[in-house]
Design a protein around this ligand. Structure first.
Ligand code: PGA
Length: 256
């Protein structure tokens, strides 16, 4: 049985005051969420603040990206070891916004995964197709290639120390969620891809769904056999919405 994991991707949002309010709201229910892993990923500058707020609780903290470099003349970059140094445990890598807006290729994402693992972080590897690719029936080919690059660069066993997030690009921030069946189909495909390399890794890796998850649609998504929680953007910015999604994930534990 895989422990569900729900992660908030705050994207480019937050102030010290808003973060404090949001995190204290989330922490007010952490005790009831022991059956799942919960984490939030603020912008880099707020990671230490949020680590401080979450100290002594089960709430994990992560970055939304990191450099594939560990130090040196790379202006504007943040090394994965710096994230671990300030107390982060996770890092989102290969988010579709990074791929589309900042030119991150499958190979760069694979290098970032390697660097993050080396620094002791748990990468949350995002994969997913655009609307154009889905309509051209290329979803599986795209996801296969995104995974293959990371497997080639890091080996299949690396997935024992990672989380995967399937995020159809057309469902991110659009209010248009993949149906539970559409999501399950790709999640099963992802697990199948890993299985062809290592059955044990495929069975134990957690695969989150991301893309317009809300309290109202979380339960049916998380009820699918290969969906192990969610990566949440917009709905992670309101404690009550994020908690509603966390509760839906916790409710699946023991029901399967
Ligand atoms: P969304 O974003 O929940 O706002 O669709 C998800 C994500 O980009 O991780």
């Amino acid at each position: 049985m895989r422990k569900p994991i729900v992660v908030g991707n705050w994207k480019l949002n937050g102030t010290e005051a808003a973060n404090e309010e949001l995190v204290s709201g989330v922490l007010s229910e952490m005790n009831a969420l022991a059956a799942i892993d919960v984490a939030v990923c603020p912008p880099f500058v707020y990671v230490p603040q949020v680590v401080g707020l979450a100290k002594g609780t089960a709430l994990g903290v992560g970055g939304q990206n990191c450099s594939e470099q560990s130090s040196g003349a790379f202006t504007g970059e943040v090394a994965p070891a710096m994230l671990s140094d300030v107390g982060a445990r996770y890092v989102i890598l290969g988010h579709s916004e990074r791929r589309a807006l900042y030119g991150e290729t499958d190979e760069i994402v694979s290098e970032k995964v390697k660097a993050a693992l080396h620094a002791g972080l748990t990468p949350i590897l995002c994969v997913g197709e655009t609307l154009e690719e889905r309509e051209a029936d290329e979803t599986e080919a795209v996801v296969r290639q995104q995974l293959a690059a990371v497997i080639a660069g890091n080996g299949i066993k690396a997935f024992d120390r990672m989380v995967i997030a399937y995020e159809p690009v057309w469902a991110i921030g659009t209010g248009r969620t993949a149906s539970p069946e559409q999501a399950q189909q790709v999640h099963a495909f992802i697990r199948g891809q890993l299985e062809s390399h290592d059955a044990q890794v495929a069975q134990s890796v957690r695969i989150q769904y991301g893309g317009s998850v809300k309290p109202g649609n979380a339960a049916e998504l998380f009820g699918q056999p290969d969906i192990d929680g969610g990566l949440i953007g917009g709905a992670s910015l309101m404690a009550e919405d994020f908690l509603g999604i966390c509760r839906a994930a916790a409710d699946t534990v023991g029901n399967q």
